[in-house]
Design a protein. Structure first.
Length: 522
C-alpha cells in the first residue's frame, strides 16, 4: 500500500510540476512578444545576449542543485529519520555558497572580457549585474532539494511560477520605460533582465523559506556525512546533471558568443548584425515549449529513480517506451505544424515576416530537442550522468563550430542549420547510449509509423488548404491573425491527435495523459 501511495504521490508531483513548467514556459514565451514589440529587434538582441547566462543560473537553482540535494536526502532518510540541520543542511549550504561565490566573482571580474569577446563592449554592465544572481542560488537550491526529497512538489511549483511572474513584470516595466522614452539607452533592457532575474529569485526564496519554516523536516540528530559525498553531490551530480535542462540555453550561448562576429563576416554592419540576431532569437521561445514536459517529469522522478534504479522490470521498460514514443509523436506534430504556420505566427507575434525561412529551418530543432531531453532524463534515471553531460558539451561545440563555418556564408539561415545539426548529433549520441538499457529496436517498433504518416498528412493537408484560401497577405490585421493562428493550432492539433487515436497509435495510458482524453478514447 505504501508503494502504491508513493507512486500516486510521484505521479501527482510530476503532473503539478508539468503544469508549473508549462505555465512558466508560456510566460517566458509570452513576455518576449511585447518585449520585442516595445524595444524592436535590437532591444530583443540585447536581452537575448544576457538571457542564456541568466537562464543557466536559474536552472542550477531550479533543477541542477535541488536534484542533487534530493538524491542525497533520499539516501540519508533511508531509515525513516529526519534530515539533520547541522550535519546535512548547513554543510551543503556552505559548500553551495563557496561554489556560487567563486562563480559570481569569476563572472564579475571577466564581464568586460566577455562583452569584448562577443563583439559588444556595452553589455559588460549587464553581465556584472548578472553575477549577483549566483549568490541567491545556495538557499533556494537547498530548500527546493529538501522539498523534492519529500516528494512535496507544491512549494517548488509555487516558487517557480512566482519567480517567473516577478521576472516578467520587471522586464516588461523596463521595456515600457524604454518605449515611452524614460529609458534612452537600449542596453538598459539587458540590465533590466538581470534585475528581473534577481527580483524573481528573491521572491522564490521568500516563498520557499516561509513554507519550510512551517514544516517539520529537520531534526537535531547528529550523524556524519563524509565531505567527499557533499562535494560529489554538489559538483558532479548538481552541475553535470543540470546540463540536461541547459541544452537549448547552451545552444543559445553559442549564438551569443559567435553570431555577431560571424554575421559581420557575412557582410552586415554591426547594427544590422544586432538586428538580425534579434530576428533569429524570435524562434527560441517556441522551441523551448517543446522541452517542458520532459524537463518537468525528469525533475519529479529523480528521487524515485535513485531508490529503484536497480529494480528495473518489464512494467518500467514499457513505461519508458511509452514516454519516448509519446514525446516523439507530440514533437513531430508540433514541428510540422510550426513550420507550416510560421509565416502567420511571425507576423502575429513580431509584426513582420523577417527571417521566416530561417525560423522555419530552426523549428526543425523542436523534435530533436524534445527527443533528446526525454532520452537524457531516462538515462540520468539510470545513473548515466557524466556521459550525457559529455554529449551535451559535444553538441555545444558542434553548434559553435558550425556557426563559424556556416553563418559567414548563409547568414542566420546558417545558424539555424547549425542548431539543427548540433541537436541531431546530440539525439544520435543519447539514443546510442539509451540502447544499452532499453532496446532501441523495441522503441522503434512500438512507433506506429503508418499512423504517424497519416496523422501528419491529414494535419498538413488541412493547414495548407486553409493557407491557400486565406493567404498571409490577406491577414494584415493582428486581431484577425490572432483568431486565425489560435484556430489553426487548436484544430490542426486535434486533427493530428484524432488520426493517431483512430489508427490505434496511442495506448490507453498515453491518451489519458493528453488533453481531451475522454474524447480521444471515444
Amino acid at each position: 500500500m505504501k508503494d502504491h501511495d508513493q507512486v500516486n504521490k510521484i505521479a501527482k508531483g510530476a503532473l503539478l510540476l508539468t503544469v508549473a513548467g508549462i505555465l512558466s514556459k508560456l510566460l517566458s514565451a509570452a513576455y518576449r512578444i511585447p518585449l520585442q514589440n516595445l524595444t524592436g529587434d535590437i532591444g530583443f538582441y540585447t536581452y537575448q545576449q544576457v538571457y542564456p547566462i541568466l537562464g543557466m543560473i536559474l536552472i542550477l537553482a531550479l533543477y541542477g542543485f535541488p536534484s542533487a540535494i534530493s538524491r542525497m536526502a533520499v539516501i540519508n532518510q533511508g531509515n525513516n529519520r529526519k534530515l539533520s540541520l547541522t550535519h546535512f543542511a548547513m554543510p551543503l549550504f556552505l559548500l553551495l555558497l563557496l561554489i556560487n561565490g567563486l562563480l559570481a566573482l569569476l563572472l564579475w571580474l571577466n564581464a568586460q572580457r566577455l562583452a569584448n569577446l562577443i563583439g559588444d563592449a556595452q553589455l559588460a554592465s549587464a553581465f556584472k549585474m548578472t553575477a549577483f544572481l549566483f549568490l541567491l542560488i545556495p538557499l533556494t537550491s537547498l530548500f527546493r532539494g529538501i522539498f523534492q526529497s519529500q516528494l512535496t512538489m507544491r512549494p517548488i511549483a509555487l516558487s517557480q511560477i512566482s519567480e517567473q511572474l516577478v521576472r516578467v513584470i520587471i522586464i516588461l516595466l523596463a521595456a515600457i520605460l524604454y518605449a515611452t522614452g524614460r529609458l534612452t539607452n537600449i542596453y538598459k533592457i539587458a540590465e533590466g533582465a538581470a534585475i528581473a532575474a534577481l527580483g524573481g529569485a528573491g521572491m522564490a526564496l521568500v516563498i520557499l523559506a516561509v513554507i519550510l519554516r512551517k514544516s517539520n523536516i529537520f531534526s537535531k540528530e547528529s550523524f556524519v556525512i563524509p565531505w567527499k559525498n557533499y562535494l560529489y553531490t554538489v559538483v558532479v551530480v548538481g552541475l553535470v546533471a543540470s546540463l540536461n535542462h541547459m541544452i537549448l540555453l547552451l545552444i543559445q550561448l553559442a549564438d551569443t558568443l559567435t553570431l555577431i562576429p560571424a554575421l559581420q563576416q557575412f557582410g552586415l554592419s554591426k547594427l544590422n548584425a544586432m538586428a538580425m540576431k534579434g530576428v533569429f532569437d524570435r524562434g527560441q521561445p517556441l522551441i523551448q515549449l517543446g522541452t517542458v514536459i520532459g524537463s518537468s517529469f525528469a525533475l519529479s522522478l529523480i528521487p524515485a529513480a535513485t531508490k529503484n534504479r536497480h529494480h528495473k522490470n518489464r512494467h518500467q521498460t514499457n513505461s519508458m517506451t511509452e514516454t519516448l514514443t509519446l514525446s516523439f509523436y507530440l514533437a513531430m506534430g508540433a514541428t510540422v505544424g510550426l513550420v507550416l504556420i510560421f509565416p502567420e505566427t511571425n507576423l502575429l507575434l513580431f509584426k513582420d515576416l523577417s527571417g521566416t525561412f530561417s525560423l522555419q529551418v530552426l523549428a526543425l530543432a523542436t523534435i530533436l530537442s524534445t527527443v533528446s531531453v526525454t532520452a537524457i532524463a531516462v538515462l540520468q534515471g539510470e545513473g548515466v550522468v557524466l556521459r550525457t553531460a559529455l554529449y551535451i558539451i559535444i553538441a555545444f561545440i558542434v553548434k559553435g563550430v558550425s556557426n563559424l563555418l556556416l553563418v559567414p556564408n548563409l547568414g542566420i539561415t546558417g545558424s539555424a542549420l547549425a542548431t539543427v545539426l548540433s541537436l541531431f548529433v546530440l539525439m544520435i549520441l543519447v539514443m546510442y547510449e539509451l540502447n544499452k538499457f532499453y532496446a532501441l529496436r523495441t522503441i522503434l517498433r512500438s512507433l506506429h509509423w503508418l499512423s504517424l504518416v497519416k496523422a501528419i498528412t491529414a494535419m498538413a493537408s488541412y493547414i495548407l488548404i486553409l493557407k491557400y484560401f486565406l493567404p498571409v497577405a490577406w491577414l494584415g490585421d493582428r486581431l484577425i491573425l490572432l483568431f486565425y493562428v489560435v484556430f489553426v493550432v487548436m484544430s490542426g492539433s486535434l486533427i493530428y491527435l484524432i488520426v493517431l487515436a483512430k489508427n490505434r497509435a496511442l495506448t490507453t495510458e498515453q491518451r489519458a495523459s493528453l488533453p481531451f482524453s475522454r474524447f480521444l478514447n471515444k
